[in-house]
Design a protein around this ligand. Structure first.
Ligand code: ATP
Ligand code: MG
Ligand code: MG
Length: 341
């Protein structure tokens, strides 16, 4: 059988490995840090992305390379790609590794984003703030997740800096946050799941609920936006597209070129979940159609939430996923539950 290489061994890599083994593939995970995926993958390389020999050996041991983590350094990707194909492609990675290039790309293909300005250095911040006004959010261009590396400005006089090249975004007055989990196959076929409604707390996703209770016309629009993005990138794999719902339509917040936390509900709601869908796409198999068979609420188990586990387990239609991480530190995603509604 063939072997799928996965860059990144966190919970997403773990669930991708489970899906891949269910489809009869072997998995080789490359992860510099401690790897929850290590328990389930067939092989694990625990080495930094600067270890050329380890990268080469990894690439040679697999048939195709995919990733659960979009911030793999360019030098590592160059080496890997000289040996085996990487799916989704390098352009999708390049675009989404940098919030500025991501927003430029989205604008170029005619999609709305929050108003934004490049703030390369601290010295450029006052002009950008004067330009966009407040409230506004400063975000590091690279490496941010779970709201890390973000500063909110409520008034123009504030003087805080992220410490790295950033983008300043005007605050979007949204009534809801939704996301579309979309997949594009090697043959260009596109399948999308029902948009889910997302609730964040302290910058971290707490729950995703389907159906999201918004008008069908809006949901169709959301799916068409997601399809436009994957088609424009000639994308192969699953992508998460986060959107703001505003009084005059949808605004794209950000895209993630991988399986996405807000797509975990598909494990309980669909015949082919986002993890199987991603493996199917990168392996060149036909996609599932994404049809939803249940109403689901996904709840993340973050830090102290683990104390609620005994009670959660008493609910009879609750699907539990734990990631096998050690200590339940504050803000750490330990698992999730999918509750059938
Ligand atoms: P993720 O873990 O989703 O990758 P992230 O660190 O990339 O998170 P964002 O998605 O950019 O962060 O922002 C986190 C949350 O902050 C958003 O889901 C939204 O609730 C809020 N937010 C971000 N940008 C804006 C904006 N321009 N206007 C209003 N709210 C925003
Ligand atoms: Mg993000
Ligand atoms: Mg986000």
């Amino acid at each position: 059988g063939s072997t799928i290489g996965i860059l990144g061994g966190g919970q997403l890599g773990r669930m991708l490995s489970v899906a891949a083994s269910r489809l009869g593939y072997r998995c080789h995970v490359y992860e510099p840090a401690a790897a929850p995926a290590g328990d389930v993958a067939h092989a694990v390389t625990n080495a930094p992305y600067t270890d050329q020999a380890a990268l080469r050996a990894f690439a040679e041991s697999v048939d195709i390379i995919t990733y659960e983590f979009e911030n793999v350094p360019t030098s590592a990707l160059d080496l890997l790609e000289s040996i085996r194909p990487i799916r989704p492609n390098r352009r999708a990675l390049a675009v989404s590794q940098d919030r500025l290039s991501e927003k430029d790309f989205l604008s170029e293909i005619g999609l709305r984003t929050a108003p934004y300005r490049n703030v390369e250095t601290e010295a450029e911040l006052p002009a950008a703030l004067a330009d966009l006004g407040t409230p506004a959010i400063l975000k590091t261009r690279r490496m941010g997740y779970d709201g890390k590396g973000q500063i909110r400005f409520s008034e123009a006089g504030q003087r805080d800096w992220t410490g790295a090249p950033s983008v300043l975004e005007g605050f979007v007055d949204f009534s809801a946050e939704i996301s579309v989990i979309v997949a594009r196959g090697a043959d260009g076929q596109v399948a999308a799941y029902d948009p889910g409604r997302n609730v964040h707390r302290e910058g971290i996703l707490r729950t995703t609920t389907v159906p999201c209770g918004l008008p069908q016309s809006l949901l169709t629009d959301a799916v068409l936006i997601a399809a436009r993005i994957v088609n424009a990138l000639d994308y192969i794999g699953v992508m998460g597209v986060e959107l703001f719902v505003t009084s005059d339509g949808l605004v794209v917040n950000e895209i993630a070129p991988r399986v996405h936390n807000s797509g975990h509900w598909t494990q309980a709601g669909c015949a082919v979940d986002q993890f199987e869908q991603h493996i199917r796409a990168v392996a060149g198999l036909p996609l599932g159609d994404g049809q939803r068979y249940a109403d689901v609420e996904m709840q993340n188990l973050i830090g102290d939430d683990m104390a609620r586990l005994p009670d959660l387990l008493k609910q009879p239609r609750m699907q539990l996923h734990l990631y096998g991480k050690g200590e339940a530190r504050p803000g750490r995603k330990m698992g999730h539950v999918n509750r059938l509604l």
